[in-house]
Design a protein around this ligand. Structure first.
Ligand code: FAD
Length: 348
């Protein structure tokens, strides 16, 4: 990049609003629906590099009494302060903002597109949230606004610099990925991007076996799908299988590579009320000296730094955080814990 481009990039907003339309809708499985969004505006979308767990915001319009979509309020979404003003408006008018992951991005094409995989979650009465309802009714040609990275901004020159990507393994060679269905798109994209030398486990908990999707990775990762079970009454509680799998993979007293030298348990993590606050604890990129520090002298030769990325229902993630931090004694610089949604609570 030329010097004057860097100067220009530093004045660009980190995110932009993109007007896109639905190109296609594909049933991936009983509970996943892939919606492909396309638009010339996406030429400005993205970060330089793999999308990993890149998150975007979808602006879901409110519906009028006759079921037609109300126009979104006219906000300049790259302007500082717009979000606070938008939030203060009546939700019945302003619509809803929801967070999703970019599963694939095809941006170097004449007509750029991105894929988003929606979990089709509905309660026993068939009611879903605004995003699930929108996805259920989406058809080619439907328009929507999304907020995502501006590829001209200085913060989007690398995945690590962009705030909407949390996957930061540093130099770790052994990894753990764990998540429920909402994290499947992110884990899938991360797996595809891993270098060959990485090893570890990925655990993905989904509603039923029909939701096991095709995954690929150049790395040596043992992928385990966990199905809660389809039949009502037979289903395992959300997160139970995931927790069991993580506990088995990282037992107390822990992997030698990540356990403190003196074998002591870790500190009790601060409490987070997941019904009020968002559980979001992600380490910044580990610097080399910190990585050296994790290679404590008691570690056997060949033991490598470890990194874990864990996302899903907030109460489940909170339990896993307590287990890994307190019981196993994992250094919190080596784990990203992310509550992607909260049972019984709408996002926002
Ligand atoms: C960084 C990030 C990335 C995400 N990526 C994806 C993604 O790629 N695909 C995806 O499907 N989701 C993803 N999610 C989760 C998604 O944002 C939430 O599920 C969101 O609440 C859905 O919005 P909604 O309008 O459908 O439901 P809301 O209005 O938010 O919630 C309505 C009700 O549905 C419940 N609910 C919400 N989500 C679920 C669920 N998955 N299963 C069961 N009940 C639920 C809520 O508890 C609430 O009771 C991501 C979240 C984050 C933070």
């Amino acid at each position: 990049m030329k010097t004057r481009d860097i100067a220009a990039a530093s004045t660009e907003p980190m995110t932009l609003a993109f007007e896109v339309t639905v190109s296609s809708v594909q049933e991936l499985s009983p509970n996943f629906r892939r919606i492909t969004f396309g638009g010339y505006s996406l030429r400005d979308f993205g970060v330089n590099g793999d999308t990993l767990d890149l998150r975007i915001k979808l602006m879901i319009p409110s519906l009028a009494a006759d079921g037609t979509e109300l126009p979104l309020p006219a906000f300049e979404m790259s302007r500082t302060g717009w979000y606070r003003e938008w939030l203060a408006m009546d939700p019945a008018v302003r619509g809803s903002m929801r967070t999703y992951t970019v599963r694939h991005a095809r941006l170097d094409t004449v007509y750029p597109e991105i894929d988003v995989d929606f979990v089709m979650h509905f309660d026993s009465q068939g009611n879903g949230g605004p995003a699930a309802n929108w996805a259920l009714n989406a058809k080619p040609g439907d328009a929507i606004t999304l907020i995502g990275p501006n590829n001209r901004a200085a913060q989007c020159l690398t995945a690590e610099a962009y705030g909407g990507i949390e996957w930061r393994p540093g130099l770790a060679q052994r990894i753990l990925l764990a998540g429920d269905e909402t994290a499947v798109p992110a884990i899938s994209a991360i797996l595809e991007s891993l270098p060959e030398y990485m090893t570890g486990h990925a655990f993905l908990e989904v509603p039923e076996a029909g939701d096991f999707l095709e995954l690929s990775s150049p790395a040596d990762i043992e992928v385990t799908w966990l199905a809660r079970g389809a039949a009502i009454g037979r289903s395992r509680p959300h997160g139970e299988l995931l927790q069991e799998a993580v506990r088995k993979a990282v037992p107390v007293p822990g992997w030698v590579a990540i356990k403190a030298a003196d074998g002591a348990a870790g500190p009790e993590p601060e409490d987070v009320n997941v019904d009020v606050d968002i559980l979001w604890e992600t380490p910044q990129r580990m610097e080399t000296d910190e990585i050296q520090a994790t290679k404590n002298p008691g570690m056997p030769a060949g033991a490598m730094p470890f990194y874990a990325w864990i996302a899903g229902e907030a109460a489940v993630i909170k339990d896993m955080r307590r287990y890994l931090v307190r019981d196993v004694g994992i250094d919190r610089k080596q784990v990203a814990f992310m509550g992607y949604w909260r049972q019984g609570k709408a996002e926002g």
